[in-house]
Design a protein. Structure first.
Length: 220
């Protein structure tokens, strides 16, 4: 794995965050009203500050690559077994990671792109992370996979700002939007989202069962 630049935006954010945990966030959704099941899910995986480097290295070692995307992996020959191994690693009994899934059931037909549902899920997730009611120390740094379109990334920033203005999260909460290429720990929520989607859409429990014991689902 290529070493991260010590001056990168991500590493600067980690240093400024001190000894507090970091939450990594990604999404899965189905918003087409033609489908019988519509939903939006944002998943956060909370990692202790002293576990960031070891966990990242462990993920890359088990994936056998510096690149991972669960949906793509499930379409390859060895991808499903790799995904299972990565989920088992995340859910290992001696680990300290915690998962929180913010789940919006039944996306309104008028919410064409799921943006309203996403905002609800992100707000609920940020609040749980900020006040520690997810079961751990309050989180002040949330690393979110940045969306490709700038206006969509700006929407997420506005959602966080509205949560601050509504006193749902403290102003010190930082939402850092980066790509998985900048931070491979974003693989974690990608894995959990893919596992949860397999359970929701296809009724396949084997993936999510690997992490269910460390996961809490909240309804947005």
């Amino acid at each position: 794995m290529a070493e991260k630049r010590t001056g990168s935006v991500v590493n600067i954010a980690y240093r400024q965050n001190g000894n507090r945990p970091v939450a990594f966030v990604d999404e899965t959704y189905s918003v087409d009203p033609a489908h019988s099941l519509t939903f939006y899910v944002l998943t956060a995986v909370v990692v202790r500050h002293d576990q960031l480097d070891d966990l990242r290295a462990g993920l890359v070692r088990r994936a056998g690559s510096s690149y991972w995307h669960s949906t793509e992996a499930l379409q390859t020959g060895e991808g499903p077994s790799r995904m299972k191994e990565l989920l088992e690693y995340l859910g290992a009994e001696d680990g300290s990671e915690v998962c929180i899934l913010s789940h919006k059931v039944g996306v309104a037909a008028s919410d064409v792109n799921g943006e309203a549902a996403r905002a609800e899920c992100l707000t609920a997730l940020l609040q749980r992370l900020a006040d520690g009611s997810y079961g751990g120390e309050p989180v002040r740094l949330v690393v979110l996979e940045r969306r490709r379109v700038n206006k969509d990334a700006a929407r997420d920033s506005r959602t966080k700002l509205r949560a601050v203005e509504s006193s749902l999260v403290p102003a010190s909460t930082r939402l850092l939007q980066v790509s998985p290429g900048e931070e491979q720990l974003l693989w974690l929520p990608d894995l959990v989202c893919a596992a949860y989607r397999q359970k929701l859409v296809w009724g396949r429990d084997s993936y999510y069962a690997c992490v269910e014991h460390i996961a809490t689902v909240i309804m947005a």
